[in-house]
Design a protein around this ligand. Structure first.
Ligand code: SAH
Length: 412
């Protein structure tokens, strides 16, 4: 589940106000780019909005070099051809302006002030349009937005997810109560404007913390989830599933990770911190067998479903702490040729890394969303007899300060 000022594998989200609708986009290959968004520095997402795309790539390259050059070769950053509107998952907070008109947008960084938003340079444009339509329909359906202070009102958030390859679109209407008067008519009116929507889900969230999604779901239209395709595999995406928000770059990241693993079809591969099984499933075509480990039960359930849907038979998923699981594998003397790991921002644990060294795979492919913990863990693995060979920075979140990377380590 996510937080509203979320830090989802390090990205936040930026949106733009009505006044910027016609703002000129900076050309990716030109300098200039004088922050074409009035929410720059308020929203807190796009730290590099005042730099050209070229310049921000070189900044990220520099940061990676500063941390990793002492370990290995830092390869040229893999940038995005069209670094705009890449977020295939968009969420908006609903609230009221001073005149009690509904607004939707994003909280100001480090505050609880809601900044109204119409479009955003990094969000999917169809998603932004759908959120605008929901906002526009509220009055005629007499739907009140939720007021945190009084607890009165219904609509809290809208989440839109769009499949990159399939174009399937899911709209999640997050309400404070399960009672949603004339919801069928509301969904019909929304679909009339956006026939491209393939499913609509109501989620009930009556909590007072900052999580967006509550535990109760009701499908109002369609199948309740979308399917997307990545690197030749199908993935089911439910409202709360983890799925990289920039699938264009995720495909490049995963391909690079698997290329570095140099699989021949015979290896036993561990996909640690596997989420819904993306990397392991893509690798399974080139491996003997794959073992996925992940501590989130919902993600493991999705991973097993994804394996079935893709008819992959040489993969097994385990719900466990990655460190605990690998330590048991080491005790059982399980033979592993390659470990692919993709931990969260906090990085891996010493227990996990110790177990890796004990098992002694030929290669470790470390996918990282935080260069600092990558560097820390690489330093640790080097003490245990591994050598970093190369690191590939990948720009998953253009305009933001975040940088992903894939690092190859071999047993020395
Ligand atoms: N490789 C996946 C997911 C990466 S995100 C993808 O690319 O889609 C990191 C994942 O690590 C999350 O799914 C999170 O639930 C999981 N995770 C975090 N801490 C963990 C731990 N200690 N043990 C196992 N999995 C963990």
């Amino acid at each position: 589940m996510e937080k509203r000022s979320r830090n989802e594998k390090s990205d936040r989200f930026l949106k733009k106000t009505d006044t910027q609708k016609n703002a000129v986009k900076p050309a990716a290959d030109k300098k200039a780019a004088k922050a074409p968004c009035p929410l720059f520095k308020k929203c807190g997402s796009c730290k590099y909005l005042d730099l050209s795309y070229e310049k921000q790539l070189s900044e990220k390259q520099k940061e990676m070099r500063k941390l990793m050059e002492k370990h290995c070769k830092v390869q040229p950053i893999i940038g995005m051809e069209n670094p705009y509107h890449y977020r295939h998952k968009v969420q908006a907070v609903f609230g009221m302006d001073r005149k009690k008109n509904p607004i939707s947008g994003v909280y100001e960084e480090k505050s609880h002030r809601l900044l109204p938003v119409e479009t955003c340079l990094i969000e999917d444009e169809r998603a932004d349009a759908i959120i605008g339509t929901v906002r526009g329909l509220l009055k005629s359906f007499k739907i009140k937005v939720y007021d945190e202070d009084t607890g009165y009102g219904l609509l809290r958030y809208v989440l839109v997810r769009r499949g990159w390859q399939t174009g399937e679109i899911m709209v999640v209407l997050v309400t404070a109560s399960p009672v949603f008067p004339s919801k069928r008519n509301f969904v019909d009116a929304l679909r009339k404007v956006h026939p491209e929507i393939t499913t609509v889900v109501q989620n009930v969230n009556n909590r007072t913390d900052s999580l967006i999604l509550g535990d109760k779901y009701q499908t109002l239209y369609g199948k309740g989830y979308i399917v997307d395709e990545l690197c030749g595999m199908k993935f089911k995406i439910s409202p709360a599933s983890f799925y990289q928000v920039n699938p264009v770059q995720a495909a490049k990241l995963y391909e690079k990770a698997i290329e570095l693993a140099e699989l021949t079809g015979r290896e036993t591969v561990v996909d640690a911190y596997c989420g819904t099984g993306t990397i392991g499933l893509i690798a399974s075509k080139k491996a003997g067998n794959v073992i996925g480990v992940e501590n989130n039960g919902d993600a493991v359930r999705d991973a097993i479903g994804n394996a079935k849907a893709n008819d992959v038979k040489n993969i097994r998923f385990y719900r466990d702490d990655a460190g605990h699981f690998l330590t048991s594998c080491a005790a059982d003397e399980v033979k592993v040729d390659v470990v692919i790991m993709d931990p969260p921002r906090a990085g891996s644990s010493e227990a996990f890394l110790d177990a890796v060294a004990k098992i002694g795979p030929r290669k470790v492919v470390y996918v990282s969303c935080n260069p600092e913990t990558l560097e820390r863990d690489v330093t640790y693995l080097e003490k245990l007899g591994y050598r970093a060979k190369e690191v590939w920075p990948v720009d998953m979140f253009p305009w933001t300060g975040a940088c992903e990377a894939v690092c190859l380590l071999s047993k020395s």
